[in-house]
Design a protein around this ligand. Structure first.
Ligand code: GLA
Length: 393
């Protein structure tokens, strides 16, 4: 961290003059163990915060402007706190300006700041680089203005920023786990009540390996928004069909309701609904398996999640399927699935610790052979959530 802090300070001095009294915040990326496309259906998710993170160096500048430089993108931008974000300019700036606007929409008074951003979360790689950026900014802005905002509120503000100002109707999982992640524990979040339980997760005898396909399909966000719409249609139809029950979100359906819906819903809507309903049930079982350190059971649930995302929710892609199939064929693997929104990005594999090295080697080779792409591979453990490292003064 010291090297990084020094690099940020150096850049800050170069761009804005003195770095005396520099404030620092950080927020991690995340990987979801199970519970995909359930968050915006008010269901359950089970992610962990990871070591890769985004650090923001900031100082009030006595104006109403925000001047920001990204060391990762090697780009600078500037915007006024008094203007609605235009959506113009580099994509990453939308997240920074979006968070400032969403904080102000929530009636939090901000002051202009100078900022330098440094991130180790691979951009657009399915490890939630956007939430890491949003959350580190959402800690920096209020800190610079001398206000304290409750963390749950910050998670919702960051989600709002992405929904309103970046055009992605995401759920709250990524922002929430960036704020509430803990070392040594997965976060079992109920996305309806916004209450979470920390599920202890030892990575001694088994480890999570994240493999980045290095593929980013353009249609990811348009297809994501389409899935949300289909789920909303599913809720309306299901509450009409199951007239005795109150169905406010797909979360309210149980696996036992599915047979009554199959003949009534159009086939695509039914498949989407079936994914969400079965995935919610899998998250609850997975949390129990994790507590019991039953990796075999957890792995089976991860495999089933992948099949459901591939066949029912249809958000996988050939590269993700190839990566998962390669992992499935490796010794010591308990389970493997795509993780995150889909259409590229990463897979997550649970493997016994003594097979981690062979898995990493074989996946790298076989994936390259099968697709011609070079993957990035990370061994991940649950890390702590976002923090104000030091306030600006
Ligand atoms: C993206 C979104 C999350 C969640 C996942 C799918 O990461 O940002 O809110 O919906 O996709 O589980």
């Amino acid at each position: 961290m010291l090297d990084r802090e020094n690099a940020i300070r150096l850049k800050f001095r170069e761009l804005y003059g003195s770095d005396q009294g520099l404030g620092l915040t950080r927020a991690p990326g995340r990987v979801n163990i199970i519970g995909e496309h359930t968050d915006y259906n008010q269901g359950y998710v089970l992610p962990i915060a990871i070591a890769q993170d985004t650090v923001v160096g900031f100082k009030p500048n006595g104006s109403r402007r925000v001047n920001v430089h990204s060391m990762t993108m090697e780009e600078s931008a500037s915007f006024s706190l008094d203007e609605t974000p235009s959506g113009e300019g580099p994509r990453w700036v939308r997240y920074v300006a979006g968070v400032a606007a969403a904080l102000q929409d929530a009636r939090i008074e901000l002051a202009g700041i100078d900022m330098v951003i440094h991130s180790t979360v691979p951009v657009g790689g399915g490890l939630s680089s956007s939430a890491a950026l949003e959350v580190s900014c959402a800690l920096a802005f209020p800190s610079a203005a001398g206000v304290d905002v409750e963390r749950k509120k910050l998670a919702l503000i960051c989600q709002d920023a992405e929904n309103k100002y970046a055009g992605m109707r995401c759920g709250v999982m990524d922002q929430y786990v960036a704020l509430f992640g803990r070392e040594g524990a997965a976060v079992k979040l109920d996305c309806r009540s916004l209450e979470h339980e920390l599920v202890p997760l030892s990575t001694e005898t088994a480890k999570f390996v994240v493999c980045d396909t290095s593929i980013r399909h353009e249609l990811a966000s348009s297809e994501y928004n389409k899935r949300r719409q289909t789920c909303e249609r599913g809720v309306q139809e299901a509450s009409r069909i199951l007239s005795g029950e109150s169905v406010n979100a797909l979360r309210d359906l149980e696996p036992g309701d599915l047979s009554g819906l199959e003949t009534e819903l159009d086939p695509v809507t039914f498949k989407r609904v079936r994914h969400v309903v079965t995935e919610n049930a899998r998250v609850l079982e997975a949390a129990r398996a994790m507590k019991a350190e039953n990796y075999i059971a957890l792995g089976v649930l991860m495999d089933a999640s992948h099949e459901s995302l591939r066949d029912d929710y249809e958000v996988s892609c050939p590269e993700l399927d190839a990566m998962v199939e390669i992992a499935w064929s490796q010794p010591g693997v308990y389970g493997s699935r795509m993780t995150g929104g889909g259409f590229g990005g990463c897979t997550i594999t649970l493997v016994s610790s003594d097979h981690v090295d062979s898995l990493c080697k074989n996946v790298a080779l076989s994936y390259r052979e099968r697709t011609g792409n070079v993957p990035s591979i990370y061994v991940c453990a649950p890390e702590k959530g976002a923090e104000v490292i030091s306030p600006a003064f």
